[in-house]
Design a protein around this ligand. Structure first.
Ligand code: HEC
Length: 158
């Protein structure tokens, strides 16, 4: 009997741990989806979501011959990989993004020097955003892309 209670006890601990895990994942999923909406509404005016190596090649040619890229900021796939190089954990990454979009500066920025040269420093658009929207978009930026900076540059040399 004691053994049975012990087994049931262990079982319920495992069961509730799993439940906790699932509900955390569901909350996180909802937040990432919300973050994508924020991206669409606020950030996509300047940042494309991603670029293909082919597009990068063409854009590079345009820039080399004195033209402007077809967007006003580096694509988010690149921004995500770049910021992760300097702020690898989710906690540090999210804190950096929330602060940067609210109080951007050349000193704080970790983008390639070329990005600052072409686009200038990002405007502080986070000043007009709700805290929860900043949190959601930062989490989306962290979770939606999976390449390291080195992988990104290997695939998209520029
Ligand atoms: C008006 C254009 C514009 C909008 C809108 C915009 N950005 Fe940017 N963003 C830029 C430019 C330009 C850069 C590159 C220069 C820099 O890093 O400041 C940049 C760079 C960044 C960086 C990299 C910062 C670094 O380390 O250098 C992050 C992160 C970022 N943007 C997040 C966002 C998010 C999230 C949104 C939407 C909530 C957003 N941006 C909306 C123009 C914009």
């Amino acid at each position: 009997m004691r053994k049975l209670i012990a087994i049931l006890g262990i079982g319920s601990v495992i069961f509730s741990a799993c439940q906790m895990n699932t509900s955390k994942n569901i909350t996180e999923k909802t937040e990432v989806e919300k973050g994508y909406k924020v991206y669409k509404n606020v950030c996509s005016a300047c940042h494309w979501e991603k670029v293909s190596p082919e597009q990068i090649k063409n854009i590079r040619k345009t820039v080399m011959s004195g033209g402007r890229p077809p967007f006003n900021a580096p694509p988010m796939s690149e921004v995500s990989a770049r910021v992760k190089k300097f702020y690898p954990t989710e906690e540090k990454f999210v804190a950096f993004v929330k602060d940067y979009i609210t109080n951007p500066s050349r000193e704080k920025g970790v983008c390639m020097p070329m990005a600052f040269k072409i686009f200038g420093v990002m405007p502080p658009i986070g000043k007009n955003m709700k805290e929860e929207d900043k949190e959601a978009v930062a989490k989306w930026l962290y979770h939606n892309f999976h390449m390291t900076w080195e992988e990104f540059m290997r695939k998209n040399p520029h």
